[in-house]
Design a protein around this ligand. Sequence first.
Ligand code: SF4
Ligand code: SF4
Length: 187
Amino acid sequence: MGEVNLSQVMDRNRSFVDRVIEESGQDIRQCYQCAKCSGGCPGSSAMDYPPNQIIRMLMLGMKEEVLNSHTIWVCMGCNTCTTRCIRDIQVAAVMDTLRQEAVRAGYVDKAKLVLSFNDSFLWTVRTFGRLFEPGMAMINNMKTGNFMKDMQFGLPLMLKGKASMFPHRIKGRREMKKIFEKVQGGK
Ligand code: SF4
Ligand code: SF4
C-alpha cells in the first residue's frame, strides 16, 4: 500500500463509511482496536488484512483498499469475531455489507470464485431441498472452467459413504421453492 493522506480519504469516502454503518447496523466508531476479533478469526492467516485492520481502514475511509482486499472474500461468516468483540460490534455483519458493497461497486475479480460457489450451492438447495455435494462441485467446475477440479476425491468419498452419487430430495421442496422465490424473486 502506498502513502495515504488520511484527512483527504476520510472526507472523500465519508458517505461510503456512513452507508456501511447504516446497512450493517454496526457502529464501527466504537471499535477500540483491541484485535480480539482477529485473534480468534480462523481465516486471518489467509487474509491480507486481519478483521481489526479492516475496521480501522473503514474508519479512515479507505474504501478502495477495503473493497479490494482478499479479507472480505476469505471471511466465512463464522461469527467468532462477533462473539469476541468487547464493544459488541458484529464484525461478520460488517464483512457481509462490504461484500455487497464490493459487488455493487464492480470490485468483482476476487469475488468471482466465491459467487460461483455460492450460486452452485444454492442451486442444489433450491432443486433438491438440501445440499448435494457432487452436483454442486460439478456445476461449480463448469462455471469456473476447472472441469476436473477435486474430481479425484469423488470416488473415495462415495466408497466411504460420505457422499452419494444421487441427490436426496426433501419432502417440502415446494415450500423451499417459495422461500427462494420470496428472497430472490424466483431467480
Ligand atoms: S466471521 Fe469472518 S472475520 Fe469474523 S472470525 Fe469468522 S472468518 Fe474471521
Ligand atoms: S474485537 Fe471489536 S473492539 Fe476489538 S478490534 Fe475487533 S471490532 Fe474492534
